[in-house]
Ligand binder design. Structure first.
Ligand SMILES: Cc1cc2nc3c(=O)[nH]c(=O)nc-3n(C[C@H](O)[C@H](O)[C@H](O)COP(=O)(O)OP(=O)(O)OC[C@H]3O[C@@H](n4cnc5c(N)ncnc54)[C@H](O)[C@@H]3O)c2cc1C
Length: 385
C-alpha cells in the first residue's frame, strides 16, 4: 500500500532532529522520512552540556568548554580536572541550524513545521495513520519523540527542575575558565538544591538554580532561589538578562525498556520521555545522539526503528539505589556528590556520569561513597520501592 512516507518522526526536537540528521547522511539510501514538529520556528531555547573529546558528536560546534569544574558542598570545594574530556556547551540554535541544514540537503527527508499531532496514531493494514493539525499523514514506521503528558509518565524517583538566566554584567565578576557544576548553598529536609554557573566570559554567564525533588517544580517555585543565586554571583554588579531556560527532567523510574516484546516493532518511543536521560544525573544529549545513529542505521538496513538501548542491570540498580538514598536522605547530597568528584578518577567519573561506564568505573564509584547510607537504604527499603 502506498504511504506518504516510509518513516514518520513525531517531534522535531533534540531526538527527532538528531535521528533525521543521521538519516540524511545515507543520501539516496535514506528512507522517505517526514518529521512532524508543532513549533513554527526554532529559537535558542536551551543549551546542551556534555563531557566529550573532539570526536564526540557536536563537540566541535560547542560554543564554550571548561577543563575545570567546581563542586562545593559538605564542607569541601573540589576543583575537578576534566582532562581530555572537557565539559562542553552547545547552544540549541547551533544544533537546530546544523541538523536542519543536513535535513534540507537530502530530498528524501522533509520537515513539516507547524504540524501538531492531535490524536493517538492508528495502525491498520500495516500502515500508521497520523492525524495532524494540517491533515492526515501515513507511513510504514513511526518514531514518537513527543513528550508524554504527565498522566502517562511512569513516576520518577526524583525530578530535576531548573531555572536559569544567561546574563551580562557591567563588571568582570566571572572566571570563564572554571564552571560551577554544583554549589550547594541551601539544604532542607525536603529537597536538594544547588547553583549551576557556566561562565562564558568575565561578564557573561548562565546562572541556574536546580532542585531535585519528588515532583516537578514550576519556574515560579525556583524564582526565589535563582534570584539569590544571581545576587550572590553578580557580587553587586548591575546585569541584564539575555535569555532564560527552564526544564524538568525525570530521574529514574522511566528507564528505556528492552526492545524485545514490543507490541508492534514498527513503532518506537524515543527521547527524554522514553527514558533517554542517565537516571542518576539527567544527562541525555550524548545518549540521544548515540541512539539517533543506531536507529538511523536500523531504519536504513531493516526498515524497522529501534529504541534506545537500555542501561545494563548494574547501572540501573546503582542508579536506583543512589536516587533512593538521595530521596530518603537529601541532607547527604552535598557530601555524596563531593565524595564522587574528590575521590574518583576523572575519566571514570565522567564515563559514569554521562553514560554508565564499565564495571571497574562502577567499582571506583562505589568505593568512593560512604557505605553507611547505602546499606541503611538497602535494609530499610520496601520490596516494592
Ligand atoms: C532547558 C533544558 C536544558 C537541558 N540541558 C541539558 C544538558 O545540558 N545536557 C543534557 O544532556 N541534557 C539536557 N537536557 C535534557 C535533554 O537533553 C533535553 O530535554 C532534550 O531536548 C530532550 O530531547 P527530546 O527530543 O526528547 O525532547 P525535545 O527536545 O523537547 O523535543 C520534543 C519535540 O516534540 C515536539 N512536540 C511536542 N508535542 C508535539 C505534537 N503533539 N506534535 C508535534 N510535535 C510535538 C516539541 O515541540 C519538541 O520540539 C535539557 C533539557 C532542558 C528542558
Amino acid at each position: 500500500m502506498s504511504t506518504d512516507a516510509d518513516v514518520l518522526i513525531l517531534g522535531g526536537g533534540c531526538a527527532g532532529l538528531g535521528l533525521a540528521c543521521n538519516l540524511s547522511q545515507y543520501g539516496g539510501r535514506a528512507p522517505r522520512t517526514i518529521i512532524l514538529e508543532q513549533r513554527n520556528e526554532y529559537r535558542n531555547d536551551r543549551t546542551w552540556c556534555f563531557w566529550g573529546d573532539d570526536a564526540a558528536p557536536y563537540a566541535r560546534l560547542a560554543g564554550h568548554q571548561w577543563r575545570h569544574l567546581r563542586v562545593a558542598g559538605g564542607g569541601r570545594c573540589i576543583d575537578f580536572d576534566c582532562g581530555n574530556t572537557p565539559y562542553r556547551m552547545l547552544a540549541a540554535d547551533v544544533y537546530y541550524a546544523t541538523t536542519l541544514q543536513a535535513i534540507h540537503a537530502n530530498p528524501q527527508l522533509s520537515l513539516h513545521l507547524g504540524h501538531s499531532v492531535v490524536s493517538e496514531p492508528e495502525y491498520t493494514g500495516g500502515v500508521w495513520r497520523i492525524e495532524t493539525s494540517q491533515g492526515r499523514i501515513s507511513a510504514g514506521a513511526l518514531v514518537d519523540t513527543r513528550p508524554k503528558p504527565a498522566s502517562a509518565q511512569s513516576p520518577a524517583l526524583l525530578w530535576q527542575s531548573f531555572f536559569g538566566h544567561e546574563i551580562e554584567t557591567s563588571d568582570p565578576v566571572f572566571d570563564p575558565f572554571i564552571a560551577d557544576l554544583m554549589d550547594f548553598p541551601e539544604i532542607s529536609d525536603h529537597r536538594i538544591a544547588f547553583i549551576y554557573v557556566l561562565p562564558l566570559t568575565e561578564t557573561r554567564a548562565l546562572v541556574e538554580y536546580t532542585v531535585f525533588a519528588e515532583s516537578p517544580l514550576p519556574a515560579l517555585a525556583l524564582q526565589k532561589g535563582l534570584d539569590a543565586a544571581l545576587e550572590n554571583r553578580t557580587r553587586g554588579s548591575a546585569y541584564r538578562t539575555l535569555r532564560s531556560e527552564y526544564g524538568c527532567i525525570p530521574m529514574g523510574g522511566n528507564e528505556a525498556a528492552p526492545a524485545a516484546g514490543r507490541a508492534n516493532p514498527s513503532r518506537v518511543h524515543a527521547g527524554l520521555s522514553a527514558g533517554a536521560a542517565r537516571p542518576a544525573t539527567g544527562y541525555a544529549f550524548q545518549r540521544l545522539q548515540r541512539w539517533g545513529a543506531q536507529c538511523a542505521q536500523a531504519l536504513v538496513t531493516t526498515g524497522v526503528p529501534v529504541p534506545q538501548t537500555p542501561d545494563r542491570l548494574i547501572v540501573r540498580a546503582m542508579d536506583r539505589l543512589f536516587l533512593h538514598v538521595l530521596r530518603a536522605q537529601p541532607a547527604l547530597a552535598p557530601a555524596l556528590f563531593s565524595a564522587l568528584f574528590a575521590d574518583v578518577d576523572s575519566r571514570r567519573l565522567i564515563r559514569f556520569l554521562s553514560d554508565g561506564g564499565s564495571l571497574r568505573d562502577h567499582a571506583a564509584v562505589i568505593a568512593a561513597l560512604p557505605a553507611g547510607p547505602f546499606l541503611k537504604q538497602l535494609f530499610t527499603r520496601k520490596p516494592s520501592a
